[in-house]
Design a protein around this ligand. Structure first.
Ligand SMILES: NC(=O)c1ccc[n+]([C@@H]2O[C@H](COP(=O)([O-])OP(=O)(O)OC[C@H]3O[C@@H](n4cnc5c(N)ncnc54)[C@H](O)[C@@H]3O)[C@@H](O)[C@H]2O)c1
Length: 363
């Protein structure tokens, strides 16, 4: 079914030009967090290619739920989407919904996201990320998908000093509760994979950005400040470096990985993080090109045509100086590293932002 844009939403390009071999023969997908930034883009790609999707999202108010509703609104034309609104903590409902749907694949993206908010609202992280993930795993145990894919985070590398971060590095120095719950997500999933033989891939995402992105993240805040004429807070005095990942690149990699479920005792290549006891691996999803924060801000200034006022500040609690993804495993699994340059990705975000908020930047 063709994608029908709505007048209230800027539509990002929907075809990622994926080679046919990357499209799954598996056709029934559960996507948790489908109203969220990444889940929305993943669900849309699957729907675009004719797959059935059961989306589960509680539309939490961590950030303005109207953005989540707008994302869902732009999916409304897909009759192969069944969207359900409830918390993962509702174990009975989650189990019922997933087992009734009989998915081939479960993509678990719903979570309480954000490093900094985990200092303010730790309870939400334990509930959504640990209790919610446990309930999801129980549903997977019963429904037996061919592949379970779930979101972890680059933040689990914590205080690791040796860069780039590789999937085979230790991850036992989390620096925030968010990171600890993502480490817990991986460990819970590994135990279920080992016990019940569920082929499982844990994605370690590196600072994902793009159209329809999250208001709590730096790019959104910078662009908003540029158009509102406000100052931005620049942490780490602008010296922090981030391996930014453009959303289309991320979705392209996720879709390619769907068809690559881990097989016990069958590592691919030399860099595989495959568990010695389970069909389980973790994979970095980052381009391997860290960008300094000040250079990222310059891209925002160029794309918006505005010069930002900057409050230069020290690093915040829980933050790390640099994130940098080792990419060998991803290349070995999917044959490429999708890499949209930050300057291009930021322009796409700004185009979306202007359209979404009806901003005429010439005035
Ligand atoms: N965006 C990034 O840069 C990034 C980086 C690392 C990891 N991640 C992880 O990727 C996943 C998706 O992140 P995102 O950026 O799309 O975040 P998001 O906040 O936009 O999406 C998460 C969705 O989950 C839903 N949700 C939260 N708690 C829930 C619960 N208890 N029950 C049901 N639904 C719930 C929210 O309503 C939201 O729509 C998350 O697991 C996040 O931790 C994201």
């Amino acid at each position: 079914m063709p994608y029908s844009p709505t007048i209230d939403i800027y539509t990002v390009p929907t075809s990622l030009g994926l080679p046919f071999s990357h499209w799954s023969t598996m056709s029934r997908f559960v996507v948790t967090g489908h109203a969220g930034f990444i889940g929305f883009h993943v669900a849309r790609q699957l729907l675009e290619h004719g797959h059935e999707v059961l989306g589960v999202d509680a539309i939490t108010d961590y950030y303005d739920p109207s953005l989540k509703r707008s994302r869902l609104q732009s999916l409304r034309h897909f009759d192969k989407l069944v969207g359900e609104e409830f918390e993962l903590e509702d174990a009975d409902r989650l189990l019922r919904s997933i087992t009734n749907f009989e998915p081939d694949v479960i993509i678990h993206l719903a979570a309480q996201a954000g490093v900094r908010y985990s200092l303010e609202a730790p309870f939400a992280y334990i509930q959504a990320n640990l209790v919610g993930t446990f309930n999801l795993l129980e549903a997977a145990r019963i429904s037996k998908p061919k592949h379970l894919l779930l979101a972890s985070s680059s933040s689990i590398y914590g205080g690791n000093q040796s860069l780039p971060w590789s999937e085979t590095d230790r991850t036992d120095s989390p620096m925030s509760l968010y990171a600890a719950t993502k480490k817990g997500t991986e460990d819970l999933a590994h135990s279920y994979s080992s016990l019940w033989g569920i082929p499982t891939t844990a994605f370690r995402f590196f600072t994902v950005y793009g159209p329809m992105g999250r208001p709590d993240m730096a790019l959104y805040k910078f662009v908003k400040a540029a158009f509102d004429g406000d100052a931005i807070d620049v942490y780490g005095h602008g010296k922090m470096r981030r391996d930014f990942t453009y959303i289309d690149d991320l979705v392209r990699a996720i879709v390619a990985l769907i068809n690559t479920p881990p097989v016990k005792n069958s590592p691919v290549g030399t860099a595989d993080s495959l568990s010695p006891v389970a069909p389980y691996r973790s994979v970095n999803l980052g381009g391997g090109v860290p960008v300094e924060l000040m250079s990222f801000i310059e891209s925002v200034e160029q794309a918006t045509g505005r010069t930002l006022k900057k409050n230069m500040l020290p690093m915040q609690m829980g933050d790390v100086l640099e994130t940098y993804s080792e990419t060998t495993l991803l290349r070995e699994l999917i044959g490429e590293i999708p890499r949209t340059p930050v300057t291009t990705g930021v322009v796409s975000f700004v185009d979306w932002y202007k359209s979404y908020f009806h901003i005429d930047s010439t005035t």
